[in-house]
Each structure stands twice: as structure tokens, then as C-alpha cells.
Design a protein around this ligand. Sequence first.
Ligand code: AMP
Ligand code: MG
Length: 491
Amino acid sequence: MNKTSVDIESIGWHFDNTYSRLPDTMLSRIRPVPVKKPSIAILNHELSKELDLDLSVVNDDVLSLIFSGNVLPDKSNCIAQAYAGHQFGHFTILGDGRAVVIGEHLSKKNQRFDIQFKGSGQTPFSRNGDGRAALGPMLREYIISEAMHYLGIPTTRSLAVVKTGETVMRETPLQGAILTRVAASHIRVGTFQYLIATNNEENLKTLLNYSIDRHYPDIKNTDNLALNFLKTVISKQSKLVIDWMRVGFIHGVMNTDNMTISGETIDYGPCAFMDDYNPETVFSSIDLQGRYSFFNQPGITKWNLARLAESLIPLIDNNKDKAIKIATETLNSFDEFYKKNWLSMMRKKLGLFGEEPNDESLIFNLLSWMNQNKADYTNTFCFLMNENFASNDIYKNQDFMSWKKKWQNRLNIKNNSFEKSLKLMRSVNPLIIPRNHKVEEALEAANNNNLNPINNLIEILKNPYQIQEKNSEYCYPSPESDKKYQTFCGT
Ligand code: AMP
Ligand code: MG
């Protein structure tokens, strides 16, 4: 063993690779393609502690070798996963075209994490792509995924971004980078779709059992595994999208290959947070029809879950018609489940306890007022929580004042104290979200080798529900001139 490999092991990897033992048709054994001159852009020390990795035992040069994949840990077992996906409604066979899972790391608490390098070079699934990623989009994934984590929303996380020292050609030449992504797993709706599309029922069953063992062992001994699995994923994904709706997050590319069965948010491409409330908001430059607009997210979640249900049909019942009937009924439970839980979430945002017949109209009246008056989604709730920084002439508007009176009357029902409501509101309404102009500012500086803004931004994003003097500049939406914010896939 040479010095470098000793160093690499000493950070504390503890691999136990199970996915790589699945049938060969489900993956490709491929290693990261080494890069020219790796250097660390950013490291996530908090996350490394949660993983029980000690990054302090080696220097940055060694860390850049580790997180570029130029040198691999002894017990890693690199694979690119095969999957398919409906991309903007069109079915395609895909697979990791620019990523490899180097293994599953176990923390000391025995939690299992996929460690994936994204941007690690070509694989058999690359199609016409170069297998690489650019610095901006990888740092963007780092920022937003960490923001989501601290907002308390299930998400993959980001452990490191390494610059490759190579140029990637997009519309312009860009600095290349590799992101180390940490996930409960990378099993997607599209992984199931891949097996059904390739008529591989045996492996479909294997994947189902594997997924249940890994994520949902509680349902392992139930009668209809496929059906209970479907029900569980429906519940996980509807809760996830409600969390997105709570904070104004727009994923932007909710293709079925970008929907996990673990219920974590995955694949931060053209995502962004909404400033002024408009249900039709779309940031992604390629989402011309608004398929993945803010308002469409729950419907698309259900659409994606329908693709999962379709893939599970042969495992739900031997009688296909019966299986379709059961799957359809199960899927349709999404609507009621979503509505009930969305209302409950919105009640919390408004500090409402119990249920009153007019709650729904109270909620919709506020949303519609925000939409008509271009009120900031995040800051309107801050205003209702008496956060002074959100004071704005817009809230002196007559319609708003009369809505507020109704809201206050509703709050006072059953002698509820405002203090109690405020506590509830504070637990769900972020004061800080990654504002688009702040993200862009940080990325631009990082592209010019100044990592201070990104580090400052991430520090602020760690306490989204707390206000501090120093973070007030992060509380405002983009200046007027930035209103037509657009995001790009960055592939
Ligand atoms: P995404 O839009 O990131 O979800 O990617 C969709 C599919 O395209 C996945 O199969 C990716 O692995 C693949 N892909 C994206 N960018 C590249 C690239 N630069 N080279 C190869 N494959 C890519
Ligand atoms: Mg993807």
C-alpha cells in the first residue's frame, strides 16, 4: 500500500456495497475517469461528521484525490446504475451517464449512504454526453441541497466539490467539477421503469425486495409487498412535495428518473425558490410548457407515481386487470392525502389550530391576494409573524388589511394565544431561503476563485428559521431588474 492509499483509508470509509451485488443488467461496473489537476472547491465538514469521516487527518491535496475519484478507497466498488425515465413526458432509457456510485458507506450508527461522484466521466450510459459537469451547476446543487437539508426537507446532500482542472465545453468553455453526492440511495422511479421496459420481471422482483430491505423494512412481512411499497412511496412523495410547496421550492425537472423511492429530493438542476407568489412560476429555460411549474408539482408527483404503479403491476397481482384496478385505486388516494396534508401544512403556516369550515377559503384568499399583488411568498408569512424586516407598503393594502382581520378573528377562536400560533408559524415558515440573486452572486464569485460569498451564504442557510442581525441582507427578493430569473440544466 503506498502512502496515498493509506491516507485515503484513514478518513474512515466503511463501505458495505450491496447494490453492486444486484444482477449485472441493472448496472455497469465502471470507474471514474481520472482528472488532470483536482483541487478542492468546497468541503462539507458538518456532513463529514454525520458520516463519521474525519477529513482533518489528510491535507487538501489528498482530499482532492479522494473526491475527484483519482484514487479510490480499497473497499469501493464503482458502478453506474441503469435506469429509464419519462423526461418531460417522453420515455427514454437512461442510466448514470456522468456519475458513479463508489460504494455504500456505513456511519457508526449503521446508517447507509450512497457515495456518488457526479461529473466523473463517461459511462456506457453517456449517450452523446461527455460525462462531465461544470463548476457552477455542481456548486448550485451543493448550495440548494444543503439549504433544503437545513429547512428540514428530505434531500440528498453534498459532501464536496472538486475542480478538475479541465475545461468542459457547454455554450462556452467552463471549469469542470465533480460533486460528491450523499444519498439514502439512488433508486428512482425510473429504476423500476427500466426493468419493466426491458421485460425483466425477475429483476423487478429483486429490485422491489432490495428497495424494501433497504428503505422500508417495516413492510417486509406484509401480504402484498408491491402494493404496500407503492402506498409507502406515495405517502413519502406526497409529503415531500408538500414540503416543497411550503417553502416555495420549484424543482424544475421532475422527470421520473429524478424521483427517488426513498423520498429524498434529488437532482438539483434548474431548481430555484419562488420570490413573489405566482402559482405558474417556472424558472427552467427548457420548461416551455410549464409542465413543472410551482402549481403543477403535486399533479406531476402523482403522474410520476402512476409510472411507478404501472411498473409494479406484474408484482401486485397475477391477474393483470385486478392488479390495474388495485393500483389505480391506490394511486387515486394521492389526491385526498395530498389535499388533507397540504391544508394542514398551510394551517401551520398561518398559525391555525384545529379545523374550521372557512379555513380553506381563508388560505386561498391569501394566496390569490399574494398573486395579484406580487407579494413575496416567504416574506408575507414573515410579515404575519411580525418580522419587521418584511415590512413593506404592500401590506398596507386595503384588501390585505381586511383579510388580516379575518385571519386574526380565526386565530382568536377558542381563546388561542397569539404566542402559541407564532410558535407554530415559526416552525414552518422560513425567514431565509436561498434567494436567487444571492445564489448567482455566490456562484459568480466562485467561478472567479472567490469562495467567500458561497461560504457566507451556506452559513446563513444553516439557520433558516432564525433571524439574526447579520442575515437581513439575505431576506429580500432579487432587485426588480432581476425579476425574469432563468435557470439552466447545466448538463
Ligand atoms: P439530468 O438532467 O441531470 O437528470 O440527466 C438526465 C440524464 O442525462 C442522466 O441519465 C444523466 O446521467 C445524463 N447526463 C446528463 N448530463 C450528461 C453529460 N454531460 N454526459 C453524459 N450524460 C449526461
Ligand atoms: Mg437526473
